[in-house]
Write a protein that binds this ligand. Structure first.
Ligand code: ARG
Length: 585
């Protein structure tokens, strides 16, 4: 590198000098303003901003927020006069009551490219969560029932929530809480006796069980005795009857095996396959005991209920007349078991907002039981999707959704014949880009917003789409492949002083802020927006700053390093979102 700073960076609490290179510059600004104002640099660091208008500078502070005596605009002016530049901070100006600082961008470029060269895949991550554990429950489909849009969103967003915790240094556990218990599994067993086929079950358990379930439901609608049989069967299951349980276990295990393959296509694997069935009777009974002691249970028609009306949370039924448990009862037992087993610092439930009431009831009941860790449980909710059914109208399984996606993507790719003929493995590429399209569409807006599944728009290579992001990544990979020389970390940094180069460095430097910020909001759209802006800044730079076709070798090398660092950063952002970054397409 061409120059190394000699001024030591001041130590300011809250600055992560190791993982966030902008924090070095912020520490200087905080110390400078601390000297002017007499306020501690730690407090100042926390209120630094990025100026709305980039012409004004790189770091700003609203003087009124310091609460010093006097007219803020005048004070800002006085401070400007006192300021003297250093290696890191090159200027200080005032606009109204704002104080704006410009940083030495080439120094930033120098430090940043060096850092990314060393850290590669780890660039952007930090260790702020070291020693903390997060349990993330997501996806959680129901056996023998459709995998609907709510499950797809839970899968996509849940994987993101887990990745964000990993990136911030947490230990994470991904848990799939299957819907695999309740009277409907009694019904399924009754149906299997009538309509089941061993062979179909082994071939495609998810589809076969669903078919059986649909048929037996139709029968049950006509014939009430089938429901009685189902109830009796489920009661046997709850009582631990070996024969009843072994059939159900087979259904469950085969379904899980099949799900594992499909999740792998999405680049997801779970640490634990749990489910409603796995909650022990013992922990449920213990919970019911506590509820009884606390006088929270009431009898109603032979069933046990908890009246939560005074909290505007309606009534929760925790035990049926026949003594069997319900969805919420199992959730109470499951939460307690999970805490005992994992002692988590945070537990997330990735469930659609239709179940807001259910989770509010759950958390309220745990609170009333006197459970002190209830504050660590969080419901991460999201809105609904419309129009997800496929052209054939039959997408009830995750597999179908992904197949349909791949086919549609394939068709879009074929429209560009010349390019298509150069793709080595079109089937695999279509699969990955198609999945990216679905995922980015899902994560592009705030979680709580509903959206319409748009089979045309999401596959476009232009606009805010998954294919656009993948294309930006693959394009940089192709430059690296085709330029004819390798990455050299020892470049002359002054060769990167064009505006579009500095803008790109600036974007890349912000990535660690976004990783940290995502931990607070758990909003994937913040990272999608970042990835879009980064891709856009890359494409602006590529218009004028060429690598291939650049005669001056030293210039080409400097640019290659910059594009390589941008590609690493974009790739890291895509992986954080759960995408597999493509190298060719
Ligand atoms: N299986 C449930 C459903 O499909 C979702 C489970 C949500 N998680 C929970 N702990 N209740 O609606």
């Amino acid at each position: 590198m061409s120059f190394n700073p000699v001024t030591p960076v001041p130590q300011v609490k809250g600055a992560d000098l190791e993982n966030n290179k902008l924090d070095s510059f912020r520490s200087f600004v905080a110390s400078i303003v601390a000297e002017f104002s007499g306020i501690s640099a730690d407090n100042i660091l926390a209120i630094l901003e990025v100026p709305r208008n980039p012409e004004h500078g790189d770091i700003a502070i609203a003087v009124p927020r310091l609460r010093v005596q006097g007219n803020p605009a005048q004070i800002a002016q006085q401070w400007v006069e006192k300021f003297s530049p250093n290696e890191y901070i090159t200027s200080c100006t005032a606009t109204g009551h704002y104080l704006n600082f410009k940083i030495n961008k080439l120094l930033l470029a120098n430090i940043l490219l060096d850092d990314i060269y060393k850290r590669k895949e780890k660039y952007g991550t930090n260790q702020s969560g070291a020693g903390k554990k997060a349990l993330v429950e997501f996806s959680s489909p129901n056996i023998a029932k459709p995998f609907h849009a709510g499950h797809l969103r839970s899968t996509i967003i849940g994987n993101f929530v887990k990745n964000v915790h990993d990136a911030n240094g947490w230990e994470t556990i991904g848990l799939n809480y299957l819907g695999d218990w309740g009277k409907q599994y009694g019904l399924l067993a009754v149906g299997f006796e009538k309509y089941g086929s061993e062979e179909d079950l082994l071939n495609n358990p998810i589809k076969h069980l669903y078919d059986v379930y649909v048929k037996i439901n139709e029968d049950a609608d006509k014939n009430e005795t089938i429901n009685d049989q189902a109830r009796a069967y489920f009661k046997k299951m709850e009582e631990g009857d070996e024969a009843a349980l072994s059939l159900w276990k087979k259904f469950r295990n085969l379904s899980i095996e099949k799900y594992k393959d499909t999740y792998a296509r999405l680049n997801i694997n779970f640490d634990i396959y749990s489910g409603e069935s796995q909650v022990s009777n013992e922990s449920i009974n213990r919970a019911l005991e506590i509820l009884k002691e606390k006088k929270m249970l009431q009898e109603s028609d032979g069933a046990l209920i908890i009246d939560l009306n005074q909290y505007k949370l309606d009534v929760a039924v925790v035990q049926k007349k026949d003594g069997t448990t319900l969805y919420i009862t199992r959730d109470i037992g499951a939460a307690i078991e999970r805490y005992e087993k994992y002692k988590f610092d945070a537990m997330y439930y990735l469930v659609a907002s239709q179940q807001d009431l259910h989770l509010k009831q759950l958390f309220k009941i745990l609170e009333l039981m006197g459970i002190e860790w209830v504050g660590r449980c969080k419901h991460i909710n999201f809105g609904m999707v419309s129009g997800m059914s496929t052209r054939k109208g039959t997408a009830v399984f995750l597999d179908d959704i992904l197949e349909q996606t791949k086919e549609s993507m394939h068709e879009v790719m074929k429209q560009n014949e010349k390019k298509y003929s150069q793709v080595e493995n079109p089937d695999k590429v279509a699969d990955i880009i198609g999945i990216s399209a679905v995922m980015i569409q899902d994560m592009a807006a705030k979680r709580i917003r509903n959206y319409a599944f748009n089979w045309n728009r999401m596959f476009s290579f232009e606009g805010d789409t998954g294919p656009y992001l993948q294309y930006a990544h693959a394009r940089l990979c192709s430059i690296e492949r085709n330029c004819g020389f390798g990455i050299n970390p020892n470049i002359d940094i002054s060769l990167l002083s064009e505006k579009s180069a500095l803008d790109l460095i600036d974007m890349v430097a912000q990535y660690p802020d976004f990783v940290k910020g995502a931990l607070n909001t758990l909003e994937p759209c913040t990272i999608v927006t970042y990835a879009m802006k980064l891709s856009h800044t890359i494409s602006v730079a590529l218009e004028t700053l060429w690598v291939v076709g650049q005669k001056e070798h030293k210039v080409a090398e400097a640019r290659l390093l910059m594009y390589w660092a941008s590609r690493i950063t974009l790739g890291n952002a895509l992986k954080l979102l759960g995408l597999k970054p493509l190298e060719r397409m």
